[in-house]
Design a protein around this ligand. Structure first.
Ligand code: CAA
Length: 384
């Protein structure tokens, strides 16, 4: 057993942290306050190869692994949660389906520019009736000659109205329920594809969350991913992997909150001494640091399992569940340590608290993670 990151991973971590501290963190408050999409961050991350970390160079990626990708999301989210979710949604949701299920031609056409960061990707699964119940999709795709005709509405799509390509789920055989869903590639600008309003969110305000409309939207027959009706199993695998990155995002935000709290505790004086002298504060810091370290181990281990091509679905769900819940608590406590200052924006911790809240909801709620974990446990018991 080796609990140390390899030299290559350590170097990668240092590089991304320095980059994020210098280039991303200074404008995080500005972007959040102005609800402005951080295009500048996207360009800079692309130049560093961060928009295609886990994909091979052949397909425009940086040739890294899942562990490096988790580290990248953690470090970027430590600097700016909004940029973290844009990176995670682009990589795990908007690009991975091409990498996993795309044809050579689809990879050449779509994955290469996405992984190079020349284009932005999104993934459209959620609908009014299909949230936790991912099979509840009402969007339909019907083959008409050489085209699929898509009708329906998608909700809560990260980067949806900005992305160059959106992979969407649609029902192709209603009689088969979950196993009658397929995934389709829709390019920005396709007639019949339009956007609703971007959501006014509690946090992650520099990221865009959109509603997408498909009204007799016609796409070429070849814009299906894999075989018809394979969609549910495809996106279950996509979500398994995506959960590692949402865990990493929570960890990065909470790490920033913890660092702000410990710094503040040594600087803030009350009763004639720094508040870090008081056990009430020390216990909070100790709990935060312990829980974040445990979250980091779960996240890195699930990424490591994935890289070893071992089953990782249960561990990824555990990592996301744990990191988002202890991370939320750490952000909550960071505000408590800051007192009144924690409640105003200049001290950043109120933003961390707002931003991290999404991690208990997106890519499967905490309740869904518990269902996924329990199903794995019961299946394992059956096979003992
Ligand atoms: N990998 C491969 N196949 C899988 C799988 C996996 N992880 N999980 C299930 N399947 C297969 C099953 O084996 C089954 O196939 P068979 O019948 O051939 O065995 C089929 O898929 C159906 O499986 P279930 O009966 O288990 O499906 P279910 O309807 O009970 O749903 C669920 C299971 C776990 C609750 C699932 O609906 C789920 O994960 N829901 C959460 C959805 C989610 O995460 N939504 C977030 C959207 S994305 C987002 O938030 C984006 C953002 O920008 C933040």
């Amino acid at each position: 057993m080796d609990f140390q990151l390899s030299e290559e991973h350590q170097l990668f971590q240092r590089t991304v942290r320095e980059f994020a501290d210098k280039e991303i963190a200074p404008k995080a408050l500005y972007y959040d306050k102005n609800h402005e999409f951080p295009w500048e961050n996207i360009k800079k991350m692309a130049a560093l190869g961060l928009l295609g970390v886990p994909y091979s160079e052949e397909w425009g990626g940086a040739g890294g692994d899942s562990l490096m990708y988790a580290i990248a999301v953690e470090e970027i989210s430590r600097a700016c949660g909004s940029t973290g979710i844009i990176l995670a949604a682009h990589t795990s949701l908007g690009s991975a389906p091409f990498y996993l299920f795309g044809t050579e031609e689809q990879k050449r056409k779509y994955l290469i520019p996405l992984a190079r960061g020349e284009k932005l990707g999104a993934f459209g699964l959620s609908e009014a009736e299909a949230g936790s119940d991912a099979a509840g999709t009402r969007t339909t795709a019907v083959l008409d000659g050489n085209e699929w005709v898509i009708n329906g509405t998608k909700n809560w799509i990260t980067s949806g109205s900005l992305a160059d390509t959106v992979i969407i789920t649609a029902m192709t055989d209603k009689s088969k329920g979950a196993l009658g869903i397929s995934n389709f590639i829709v390019e920005k600008g396709t007639p019949g594809f339009s956007y609703g309003k971007n959501e006014e969110k509690m946090g992650l305000r520099a990221s865009v969350t959109s509603q997408l409309f498909f009204d007799n939207c016609r796409i070429p027959k070849e814009n299906i991913l894999g075989q018809p009706n394979d969609g549910f199993k495809q996106f279950m695998q996509i979500l398994d992997a995506g959960r590692i990155s949402i865990g990493a995002m929570a960890l990065g935000i909470a790490q920033a909150a913890y660092e702000a709290a410990i710094r503040y505790a040594t600087q803030r004086h009350q009763f004639g001494r720094p508040i870090s002298d008081f056990q009430a504060i020390q216990f909070k810091l100790a709990d935060m640091a312990t829980q974040l370290e445990a979250a980091r181990l779960l996240i890195y281990r699930s990424a490591w399992l994935k890289d070893k091509k071992l089953p990782f679905g249960k561990e990824a769900a555990m990592a996301k569940l744990f990191a988002s819940e202890v991370g939320e608590r750490a952000c909550h406590q960071a505000i408590q340590i800051h007192g009144g200052y924690g409640y105003v924006e200049e001290y950043h911790v109120e933003r961390y608290y707002r931003d991290i809240r999404l991690c208990e909801i997106g890519e499967g709620t905490s309740e869904i993670q518990r269902i996924v974990i329990a199903r794995h446990l019961l299946r394992e018991l059956k096979h003992q």
